[in-house]
Design a protein around this ligand. Structure first.
Ligand code: PAF
Length: 286
């Protein structure tokens, strides 16, 4: 496994693989890798000849009050873990390599209206930072396919929409949420939880699952499901951000008879902001 830090070197490697007609899969990450990332890598490896993982803590997707400085940087441990997983290249650029003009870009990718709701409402500019850096990474890596986790469901939709709108020749694959045995979605930010918070954290998944069950049983008072979800989070000790029932294709509020819905929740537990979602199929309902 090679660790590449510079764009021209990465491009030379990719171009050699292309000449050999090899398919290239890409897994963008911010490092501090956990089991959830490993499922993305596995998905990439099964679908292609070559796997590139990027590790880059992207400053432009963090707000001024957010955890950019504190975000755990564990490159050596990450590379050790990836080396055993059939990854060909880790692309680990510096901030200066990605943003040579001191961080500022004149060109950004803004996928509105998807970026102003849910996580985007609380984290202004976040999805613009994500879409822009992923567009840059796609242009650098030029993969055939890229794998993103469904835990960050809104991010997955933003990327899909960007790829469709801008005709990017990349197949976007969404991988299922990887969970701890007690249901907590795997996330780098789980490392911020102390023991008590860690015990409480699965309440987010439980509240979403309870809401999904109500919908599956025929409940159509979405506002009531949302209120109950928020209350369950508060009762567990979360400071809820949102608990919402949405359409999975565009995250709009459901209007009529939807074949499928998605419940999304976010909340703070101590200094960790946790997010999760549960999809529910309603096609069996009479
Ligand atoms: O999901 C993440 O880790 C990041 O948002 C991504 C996609 C690597 C962009 O920085």
């Amino acid at each position: 496994m090679h660790i590449i830090r510079h764009i021209p070197e990465l491009r030379a490697q990719v171009s050699a693989w292309r000449q050999a007609r090899e398919e290239i899969a890409f897994v963008p990450t911010m490092g501090n890798l956990h089991g959830g990332h490993m499922t993305l890598v596995e998905e990439a490896r099964e679908r292609s000849d070559r796997v590139i993982v990027s590790i880059f803590v992207n400053p432009t997707q963090f707000g001024p009050e957010e955890d950019f400085a504190a975000y755990p940087r564990t490159l050596d441990a990450d590379c050790e873990r990836l080396a055993g997983e059939g990854v060909d290249v880790v692309f680990a650029p510096s901030v200066a390599e990605m943003y040579p003009d001191g961080g500022g870009l004149d060109t950004v990718v803004d996928v509105s209206p998807l970026t102003g709701i849910l996580c985007g409402a609380t984290r202004p500019g976040h999805f613009q930072g994500v879409a822009t850096v992923v567009a840059k990474l796609f242009n650098i890596v030029a993969p055939d396919l890229a794998v993103f986790g469904r835990k960050d469901y809104q991010q997955l939709l933003v990327i899909r929409r960007m790829v469709a709108d801008l005709n990017m020749p990349v197949q976007v694959v969404g991988a299922p949420v990887a969970r701890e045995p007690d249901g907590l979605a795997m996330s780098s930010r789980n490392a911020y939880l102390d023991d008590d918070e860690r015990r409480v954290a699965p309440a987010l998944h439980s509240a979403l699952s309870a809401g999904a069950e109500r919908l599956a049983r025929g409940e159509r008072d979405f506002a009531a499901v949302e209120v109950q979800g928020r209350e369950a989070l508060e009762a567990a000790g979360f400071t809820p951000d949102y608990f919402s029932v949405r359409r999975p294709q565009d995250l709009a509020e459901p209007v009529g008879d939807e074949p499928e819905l998605i419940l999304l929740g976010a909340g703070w537990l101590g200094r960790a902001r946790l997010i999760d979602n549960v999809a529910v199929r309603l096609t069996d309902q009479g």
